[in-house]
Each structure stands twice: as structure tokens, then as C-alpha cells.
Design a protein around this ligand. Structure first.
Ligand code: NAD
Ligand code: MG
Length: 347
């Protein structure tokens, strides 16, 4: 495990309320780190206390790269740092405004894709963040931890495979201990493979997908619940595949339907305890999962072309949704699935 920001100004280890000095200290540390260029992206970090320049209106369909893309493949689980073009997780653009000040979040799959976009945004909104990832993803994870640190927040990396109940329990215990509590759990990690036929899916592969996408959120959430007080939040990354499954994502799409019903059922169960549960349903998003077996080369070259915006989404375009659903601003929203699909359908 790595602790990248112990004893930094603005660091609140306990559950005590944040003092004015800590809040200001935290922001200054972020500004100082940014000014010093603590990471490749830090110098461009726009902290919440900076007066913002108005941004010109921009056509969302033209905002990010469009297909055709270069064919590319990586060994699973893939690295964002090796994708062409590189995905945008908000490294240079996400601007916080203190919406998650003092919160303590655990994000699975926080090294890349949607999890990384959420981790960067949560830190810029004032949260301390622990991320889980696979050991092979250390290079991506290191960049995320550096970005969290550049905001003057605590960042912890806890690598390990979520397919085992013991690890899921250990992950939550370690995250809660390092962060000094837990108020936000994001079940985001997943496995996606593309298969032309059900006959190509071995029992071992089917089980792998089920263990990662269904069992891990079950185990992780059970372990997290004793730590979550009223006001805490559970988020799950589901998919448009939950309600509009592709022929070639037979096993994956089933797990995403399960993820959506996880949200809808657990929200009812936990509302009386003051814990909200919501889901995010992305459409095609430019992430490593797609280039390491999640899509065919043909689909990849035209990735996102079938959406009304004729392009894939970038992880940063979902960052604000994770923040909204994690923050107390959405206190009457639970059991909800928030879609971001470029117009291609609703949850
Ligand atoms: P990603 O590859 O960046 O993230 C997935 C992460 O899952 C990996 O970084 C990895 O750390 C983690 N992971 C996989 N197996 C694991 C295991 N056994 N143990 C521990 N960690 C493991 O891709 P992404 O697209 O950002 O995926 C994040 C979420 O978004 C997933 O739930 C996925 O189903 C969902 N989603 C993605 C898309 C898309 O088009 N990219 C669309 C809809 C939904
Ligand atoms: Mg990854």
C-alpha cells in the first residue's frame, strides 16, 4: 500500500469536523503542489479557489476525438497510458469546488477509465481517496495517486484481485483504516470480453466475469456497510448494456443488469439507514477495457460511431455525475441510474 500524502497540510485523519485552518491549508497545499508541478498534469490543475475564466460554448459532438481510430490491442487488463489517443480523465480540466470536502472514498478500478476520472474529481472536490487496481496496473495507479497528492489530499493505492472474498474484506478494512473511516464506496471495477457466440464462452471465463462484476461488489459492499454512517453513499458503475445488451457481450451484459438491480434493491433496503445507492450507466467510453479484449478490432476502429454524437465518450465526461451522486446535493436521489451515452438510450 502506498500513502502518498501523510502529514500534509489539510490532512484530517479522524472523523472530527474540518476546521477553517485545515480547509484553507488543504486548498493552499493543492495550489502549492500545482504550482510546483507535482505531476505531469498538476501544473494545469485548476483548483476550486481560482476564479474561473468563462469557457466558450462548445458543441459536445465535436469536443473529443471521433472514429475512425487506430486498431490497437493490449494484454489484459490494459493501461490507459498506452492508448492512442490517450483517454481524457480530467487530468487537465476537472475543476473542483469543495463539494466533497473531508469525505473518504474507496474506488475499485480507480487506476483508469471511469474510476480514475472519479478519483481525480473526488480529490479536487476535497475528498481523500483509496483506489484498488490490479498489480499490472501500477503505472496507471501511480499517476492517479500523484494527482490526488497534488491536491493536498490523502491517496492510498491498494492493489489486489477482487475475485476473492477475503481480498474484498481486506481491501475495505485497509481503506477504512488508512482513510480514518469510509463514506463513499464506488464499485466500479469490471471485466468485459467480446465473444461472437455463447459457445465460445468457457465456464472459467463466465465465472471470471461473474466473480469480478457481481460477487466483488456484493463482498465489498457487505464489508463496507459497518463503516458507513447516515449520509454515506454507495455508487455502482453499471452500463447501457444492462437494458440494451449487445449480442457479443452475452455474459457481461447480464452482469450489468445485475448491477442495476443491485442499485435499485439496495437503495430501498438502505434508505431507512440514511445510505444512498445510485448507479452510473455509461455508453461507449474510451477506456483500456475496450482495447484488451472488450471489443473486436472492427468495433474499436469505429468506436462510438453508432451514437447520435458519432463518437465515444471520454471518462472525464462522467466525472461530474460521480461527484453529483456522491455529494449531499443529491440527498433525495437514491435507487437511480444516471446515463451518459451520447444520446444512444436511457437506463
Ligand atoms: P477500465 O479498464 O479503465 O477499468 C476497469 C478496471 O477494473 C480496471 O482498471 C481494473 O483495475 C479493474 N479490474 C478488472 N478486473 C479486476 C479484478 N479481478 N480485480 C481488481 N480489479 C479489477 O475500464 P472502464 O471502462 O473505465 O470500466 C469501469 C466501469 O465502467 C466498469 O464497471 C465497466 O463495466 C463500466 N462501463 C464501461 C463502458 C465503456 O465503454 N468503457 C461502458 C459502460 C460501462
Ligand atoms: Mg485499469
Amino acid at each position: 500500500m502506498q500513502d502518498d500524502s501523510d502529514n500534509k497540510p489539510g490532512h484530517n485523519t479522524g472523523n472530527k469536523p474540518w476546521s477553517r485552518r485545515e480547509l484553507i491549508g488543504g486548498f493552499s497545499a493543492g495550489l502549492a503542489a500545482s504550482a510546483l508541478g507535482g505531476s505531469a498534469f498538476a501544473a494545469d490543475s485548476k483548483n476550486s479557489t481560482n476564479p474561473a475564466k468563462p469557457e466558450p460554448l462548445q458543441d459536445p459532438a465535436k469536443k473529443f476525438p471521433k472514429p475512425p481510430f487506430k486498431g490497437q490491442s493490449q494484454p489484459w487488463p490494459g493501461l490507459a497510458g498506452k492508448m492512442q489517443p490517450p483517454p481524457d480523465h480530467g487530468e487537465k480540466s476537472y475543476r473542483g469546488s469543495g463539494r466533497l470536502l473531508g469525505r473518504k472514498a474507496l474506488i475499485t478500478g480507480g487506476d483508469s477509465g471511469m474510476g480514475r476520472a472519479a478519483a481525480i474529481a473526488f480529490a479536487r472536490e476535497g475528498a481523500d481517496v483509496a483506489i484498488n487496481y490490479l498489480p499490472e496496473e501500477e503505472p496507471d495507479a501511480k499517476e492517479v495517486l500523484a494527482l490526488i497528492k497534488a491536491e493536498g489530499r490523502q491517496g492510498f493505492g491498494i492493489p489486489g484481485d477482487l475475485r476473492g472474498e477475503d481480498f474484498c474484506k481486506q481491501l475495505v478494512a485497509q481503506a477504512a483504516e488508512s482513510l480514518g473511516g469510509l463514506d463513499i464506496l464506488v464499485n466500479n471495477a469490471a471485466r468485459q470480453r467480446t465473444y461472437a457466440s455463447i459457445l465460445d464462452i468457457s465456464t472459467e471465463q463466465f465465472d471470471w466475469t461473474m466473480k469480478t462484476n457481481i460477487y466483488a461488489p456484493f463482498w465489498t459492499t457487505k464489508a463496507a456497510l459497518p463503516h458507513l454512517r447516515p449520509g454515506s453513499v454507495i455508487l455502482v458503475t453499471t452500463s447501457e448494456q444492462a437494458h440494451d445488451p449487445s449480442a457479443e457481450l452475452f455474459d457481461y451484459a447480464q452482469t450489468k443488469a445485475a448491477n442495476s438491480n443491485f442499485v435499485r434493491s439496495l437503495a430501498k433496503q438502505l434508505a431507512p439507514k440514511g445510505i444512498r445507492v445510485n448507479g452510473i450507466a455509461p455508453g461507449p467510453i474510451w477506456t483500456p477495457l475496450q482495447v484488451c479484449g472488450g471489443a473486436t478490432q472492427d468495433k474499436l476502429k469505429n468506436f462510438g460511431a453508432s451514437t447520435p454524437m458519432k463518437r465515444p465518450g471520454q471518462p472525464v465526461e462522467l466525472a461530474g455525475i460521480y461527484v453529483l451522486l456522491a455529494s449531499a446535493e443529491s440527498s433525495f436521489t437514491t435507487g437511480h441510474i444516471y446515463g451518459a451515452t451520447g444520446g444512444a438510450g436511457q437506463p
